[in-house]
Design a protein around this ligand. Structure first.
Ligand code: IPE
Ligand code: IPE
Ligand code: MG
Length: 244
């Protein structure tokens, strides 16, 4: 891993960062603009984050773009978000590919329009060999959905479940939508709320949780570096004891 401009040693850097990109609506409201404009500005913040993660040597990044619960928003907002996803996929994919980003969508994608599903599949296929940054975009995603679909896949195999917990756990984890990505080290949520909102549930088991009031469209490289510096000072114990 390259040494980052932050001077944080590689072993103090998170391998997997997961981000709840919240606050687009409030960012727009503060400016008396429609919520859609907040989402558009949020897309710029996503591009900045991807670039920063790549440059700062974070190998796995998972971003929450649309939750399974977000389908309950007014149809006009859901439509606007779908149009924005389409546009982002059409316009941003070349740059991502050039930068060596491997793109994967996780979530119940069958709920999207055939056009969007086809673009998502094309983007995944095109970037499948890239190795600079593994970017997972959680869309129509819910942590509970992920656990249930993993259980279904496990049961569908018809094999007897191992009696040993470690073996069962290994068999279960490979069925999660995020496999084979490592567990999340650093969870970031913008927008001031301190909740998980059904994002990665299993995968966050030992993540460090970082909350900031910064609204998502304002989240820039400096804000990301602040989160990484905060992470570098956490003492992770994983249930054990560390001698001082
Ligand atoms: C996050 O911003 C983006 C999505 C959930 C799609 P919000 O739209 O939730 O913005 P706030 O929380 O209303 O400010
Ligand atoms: C979480 O934000 C989902 C995304 C950022 C995509 P929400 O705005 O949907 O979360 P709640 O409703 O405040 O919990
Ligand atoms: Mg919100």
């Amino acid at each position: 891993m390259p040494d980052s401009p932050l001077g944080i040693p590689p072993d103090m850097r998170p391998a997997h960062v997961a981000v709840v990109m919240d606050g687009n609506g409030r960012w727009a409201k503060q400016r008396h603009l429609p919520r859609t404009i907040g989402h558009q500005r949020g897309r710029r913040a996503v591009r900045r984050l991807i670039e920063a993660a790549h440059q700062l040597g974070v190998p796995y990044l998972t971003i929450f773009a649309f939750s399974s619960e977000n389908w309950s928003r007014p149809a006009a907002e859901v439509d606007a978000l779908m149009r924005l996803f389409l546009k982002a996929l059409q316009r941003d994919i070349d740059e991502m590919h050039r930068n060596g980003v491997r793109l994967r969508f996780i979530g119940d994608c069958a709920r999207f329009s055939p056009a969007l599903q086809s673009l998502m599949q094309q983007a995944e296929a095109r970037t499948a060999e890239n190795r600079q940054l593994f970017l997972q975009v959680a869309v129509s995603y819910g942590g509970q959905w992920d656990i249930l679909q993993a259980v279904r896949s496990l049961m569908a195999s018809g094999d007897a479940l191992p009696a040993d917990d470690a073996a069962l756990r290994a068999r279960f984890e490979v069925q999660l939508a995020t496999a084979p990505c490592p567990p999340v080290d650093l969870f970031i949520r913008t927008g001031g709320e301190q909740r998980i909102s059904n994002f990665l549930l299993w995968q966050l088991a030992y993540a460090e949780l970082y909350f900031t009031d910064c609204l998502w469209p304002d989240f820039d490289r400096a804000a990301f570096e602040t989160a990484l510096a905060w992470f570098a000072h956490r003492q992770r114990r994983f249930g054990g004891v560390i001698d001082d």
